[in-house]
Design a protein around this ligand. Structure first.
Ligand SMILES: [Ca+2]
Length: 120
């Protein structure tokens, strides 16, 4: 979508009706986490439980939503990659799920979470 000529850089959310503006009041977005680089044997995965273990001071135990973007701030839906995103599990792009591009490697993705503001 275009707003005054500026490309919106919102990503993909779970819950799907969530937006950047939905994380408000007593909640705020965490920093972006990019814990994995895409590799040929798997893909690119950003796992919620792994991020909680790695960054306890910057991540909460019960996030209400997750946003996923590529490392270059694009919406994952524009990449052609097949991926799954859920606040419980995180963001998973597996190479072998990309239709017609069996040898294609996933883009690099990052995630952030909507957390109680007093928890991060
Ligand atoms: Ca990544």
């Amino acid at each position: 979508m275009l707003f005054n000529g500026v490309l919106s850089q919102q990503g993909i959310f779970d819950p799907s009706a969530f937006t950047e503006a939905s994380c408000t009041g007593n909640y705020k977005w965490s920093t972006w986490f990019d814990t994995n680089d895409p590799n040929l044997s798997q893909g690119d995965v950003e796992i919620t439980s792994h991020i909680q273990k790695l960054f306890p001071n910057f991540m909460c135990s019960s996030p209400t939503a997750i946003e996923g973007q590529t490392s270059y701030d694009a919406n994952p839906a524009t990449t052609g990659d097949a991926f799954r995103i859920s606040v419980k599990d995180g963001f998973l792009c597996l190479n072998q799920q990309i239709n017609f591009y069996k040898d294609r490697i996933c883009q690099d993705y990052k995630v952030r979470y909507c957390c109680p503001a007093n928890s991060i």
